[in-house]
Design a protein around this ligand. Sequence first.
Ligand code: SF4
Ligand code: SF4
Length: 482
Amino acid sequence: MTAVATRVYRLGEFHSFEAAGRRFLYLVPAGAVFELDDAAAKLIDRLSSGEAGHDELIQELVASGCTYDDADELIAELYHSHVIVTGDVVVETLANPPADFPLQSLVMNLTNQCNLSCTYCYEFGEDKVATPEGKPKFMDMETARASVDFLLSQSAGRKSVHITFFGGETLMNFPLLKSVVAYATEQATAQGRSIDFSLTTNATLLTPAIIEFLSENRIGVTVSMDGPPDLQNKLRVFANGRGSYDIIEPRVRALIANHRTRPITARVTLTSGVTDVLRIYKHLKHDLGFHEIGFAPVTTSPDRLYSINEKGMDGVLEQFHALADEWLEFALRGEMHGFSNVSDTISELIQGVNKSHPCGAGLGLVGVGPSGDLAPCHRFVDSDTHSMGHISTGIDREKQSDFLTRGHINSKYECHTCWARPLCAGGCHHEAFVRYGDTGHANLHYCDWIRDWTDTCLRIYGAVSAQNPMFLEKFAERKALS
Ligand code: SF4
Ligand code: SF4
């Protein structure tokens, strides 16, 4: 008797879902979607009621109309894809990225100053991790030049790299931004490589000349904006408490009308009382004309007045479902929809991501502050506790290794039995720090929410792959903003 014939099979680790009348599995060890045909579905249903031997499965498949060879081949395929397994299901560990993992992106915080005083700001608000006291408020050209050189030297082997400009309010240091674009482009070109740029802004300082520069240089723009006047003015205020909507509205309109080379994105921070997702989407997309809108619940301790409670998060999820349904209708017609929370996840599913870490922070991406301090990402910039070296001395490999080891999915034991881990990997390090005091803690306060949302995106993915598969190709290269 062969080894195969004596095998006893059980189900592997997957999440099943249905879409467009078909059955799919999301295979956790592979981070891949697998469509079940009738025979495979029968086999899965059979194993759902208990384990079975190889010959027994073959007999049952043959009795239901398969040839012996087809049944044997199907079992082998499901076994090699880990849909069915022998023995106990073992959580496969993901390897650590190599110590010299090349950089892909640099987030340059050009200033830690801001002309707004948004109540929930992670940089200035009650949950701030930054300790900017005694450090420069604005980055100078010497630090900026060293940062560009650092990115190019630490990204060996990559044909193209990326710089994101950030703040504070990024445009408070626009002259430096212009110089960096010129210098970085010149340096990358001299090396036969390409570099592209994006920035995040509150839009208050946009002028026609700035918009023209951004458009001419193909600089991607994300505007932090919370919606129509009553919602924008709740927390996105100037120091004197005055709301910012009236200032930014004409500037945003001018940006969208005149920046023709890249899509313009709005990023909305959802807070208590600012959870009207559908109304916000409608205003930003249809009244103002943003191409894409992404929503993120505020990163905060649960006891802050602006944090969203469970009921509020349920309401957000319900509205996400409604927008996701609309996204699907658009996709089936071959049209792009602007709800980027779906687009980003679809893109990750297509690329088959299986994350060891929730994001690129401290790995392919680092942040650099005005002083030249390096940090895992823009949210940790200027924080002594989270510093990861300095631009003049490079990445502190010991600190980086500590950050990455703690943030690795292998260290997050609670996540090891969760089917959503290939995409979630425990969630944002910064949020984990604010919530649990440890960047490596899994964000366990929103697991049910994440799993529900991931299931929604899987069903959309399944429906589009069944009914308009070519449409998915548009997302193969997409990079999510974090
Ligand atoms: S944080 Fe929660 S949802 Fe995310 S992988 Fe871990 S257990 Fe799953
Ligand atoms: S997900 Fe969190 S840790 Fe990662 S880059 Fe974004 S803010 Fe930083």
